[in-house]
Design a protein around this ligand. Structure first.
Ligand code: G4P
Length: 536
């Protein structure tokens, strides 16, 4: 099959939601519906229900399971669908943001009782920045939720995107009758069936169809009113606007009851984008380019604590990947080949011989990959747009077992390679600070440092507001900082200089006193701001 045909078969996406909206349930139902799995309950949630460390540690012990669901590929209607999993917990949000750089579209799940929640807004922000096409699934219609029109208004107001319902519900909760497909004039009857995936659909001749009235009596009038209102308020759905990331089609359903899944999946397969071109340091990379390229967006380390093996997840962006062929690791300027690249079909792992744009492969690696690394057939460019944000919480690392300093050093390097946390080293090298998105990560790190590296640490409280990557032209520009603020100056892992401000006030002061310096609260993984080493 030609490269073009391979590409046109692929749809790579992620399901995102605020925790508990139904992401895991929807994933499972899509797999059931497509025939990729046969029994309900096969998809294990990798989320952490409570923030208790003990829950997380239990899950950590089963990391082998969660890696198997990192990427799930299945076939549906002659398309190869790659579904990339994202962690549900907000403390792992950065992992989710990175995964969003590797997909071509997303399905956003909203709980009809709760509406747009905090995490939904943040995730949508990332999608908006990248202009990622979004399909919205309003879930849990079997429960008494908010008025659908209000929900649609809230989506537009809070998510900053235009919406267009393609289906509309009749009733809700106890009185939920099903959904009307506005474009196909079909009615999908709600039946609570957690195990069956068939849906009972009837075709009507528009909203004035006698059959509708016969079936629903006066409720049919309400449906007609609502749909007519929708048709006046919302513009017609245009696929191009969805593909441009400006318009999100909306579906209503109930994942747990297998309801609305068929419509969602069929529309997804029809309209979701095939692999698109991506931005690199040398311009746009077209998937149709015959030369292979790809980038690492996620690293999953130490699956087996006895061996220091890691899996680097690589998104193929152009050309054809082949097992055992030499590729160019751009950052290290080194040739590498891979004997055991893996792909993930439902829950089993298989050896990959070839992979095409849109595919995600797992590369076994003993520490050569960082997040954001690019592989090519020889050219030296890097994929852009993989974000690294300032952490929210900072702690000082205290080694509690001096005999294990080397192990600690190694553990910190490896775990921060995974993107679990960021490491900042004071210029004198003896003070190390770990920054994370949520406190839970400290428990995870402590546990993993001990169990995987034999290193024991305490994370000590420190006064810190945020980290700012520093950009400057000449070392003269940062003289004041070097002299008076050196206590707050650290190196990140790429040897970039970072100012860890202890308060908003100290940031303001630093900005005032150093007008030629740029303070960046987010950078790209591959960004190399001028490092002190180079400038001096
Ligand atoms: P998440 O991955 O987004 O965090 O959510 P998940 O699918 O785990 O769903 C969260 C809870 O919502 C689960 O209940 C799930 O059964 C329930 N749920 C999902 N879809 C629907 C739906 O359409 N209707 C209703 N009423 N509930 C739904 P739980 O009690 O937290 O877990 P479980 O014991 O059912 O697994």
């Amino acid at each position: 099959m030609s490269l073009k045909n391979e590409i046109s078969k692929r749809k790579t996406f992620a399901i995102i939601s605020h925790p508990d909206a139904g992401k895991t349930t929807l994933t499972e139902k899509l797999l059931l519906y497509s025939g990729a799995i046969q029994i309900a309950g096969a998809v294990k949630s990798n989320k952490i229900k409570k923030t208790a460390a003990s829950d997380f540690l239990e899950i950590e012990k089963q990391r082998g399971i969660s890696v198997a669901t990192s990427v799930i590929s299945f076939n549906y209607k002659n398309k190869k669908i790659n579904l990339l999993d994202t962690p549900g917990h907000k403390d792992f949000a950065e992992d989710t943001y990175r995964t969003l750089t590797a997909v071509d579209s997303v399905i956003l799940v909203i709980d009809c009782v709760k509406g747009v929640e905090e995490q939904t807004e943040r995730l949508m922000e990332v999608c908006r920045m990248r202009k990622t096409p979004v399909i919205i699934f309003i879930n849990k219609l079997d429960r008494e939720g908010r008025d659908p029109i209000d929900l649609l208004d809230e989506l537009e107001a809070k998510l900053g995107i235009n919406v267009r319902p393609l289906t509309y519900p009749l009733g809700m909760g106890y009185n939920f009758r099903g959904v009307y497909n506005i474009y196909k004039n079909t009615f999908n009857f709600f039946k609570s069936d957690k195990l069956k995936v068939e849906e009972e659909t009837e075709v009507f001749n528009g909203l004035d169809d006698e059959g509708l009235k016969k079936t629903f009596g006066s409720e049919a009038d309400k449906l007609k009113q609502d749909v007519e209102l929708i048709d006046t308020v919302y513009e017609d759905f245009k696929v191009e606007e969805y593909l441009d990331g400006n318009l999100a089609p909306v579906f209503f359903g109930s994942a747990i009851n297998n309801f609305g899944i068929k419509e969602l999946l069929e529309t997804f397969v029809e309209i979701a984008p095939i692999p698109v071109q991506r931005i690199t340091t040398r311009g746009l990379q077209n998937p149709l380019d015959n030369e292979f390229s790809g980038f690492v967006f996620k690293i999953h380390a130490n699956l087996d604590p006895k061996h220091r093996d890691r899996i680097a997840f690589l998104r193929v962006c152009s050309g054809k990947f082949e097992r055992n062929k030499f590729y160019h690791h751009v950052r290290l300027n080194r040739k590498m080949k891979f004997a055991n690249p893996a792909s993930f079909m439902a829950q089993s792992k298989t050896l990959v011989e070839t992979a095409f744009p849109g595919d995600v492969i797992g590369l076994y690696d003993s520490g050569t990959f960082n997040i954001g690394d690019t592989l090519t057939e020889g050219n030296s460019y890097m994929f852009k747009g993989i974000p690294r944000f300032s952490p929210e919480v900072f702690r000082l690392v205290r080694n509690t077992d001096p005999f294990k300093s080397k192990q600690l050093e190694k553990g910190l390097q490896y775990l921060t390679d995974e993107g679990l946390a960021q490491l900042f080293t004071h210029e004198l090298g003896n003070k190390k600070v770990v920054g994370v998105v949520g406190e839970l990560q400290f428990d995870v790190m402590k546990y993993r440092l001990l169990n995987e590296y034999g290193a024991s640490v305490d994370f000590l409280h420190m006064q810190a507001y945020k980290a700012f990557w520093i950009k400057y032209d000449s070392v003269k520009d940062i003289e004041e900082m070097m002299n008076l603020r050196s206590n707050s100056l650290y190196y990140d892992k790429n040897k970039n200089l970072v100012f860890v401000a202890d308060s908003q006030y100290s940031l303001q002061m630093a900005k005032q006193k150093n007008p030629k310096v740029e303070f960046l609260s987010a950078v790209e993984h591959n960004d190399q701001t001028v490092s002190l080493d180079e400038a001096v």
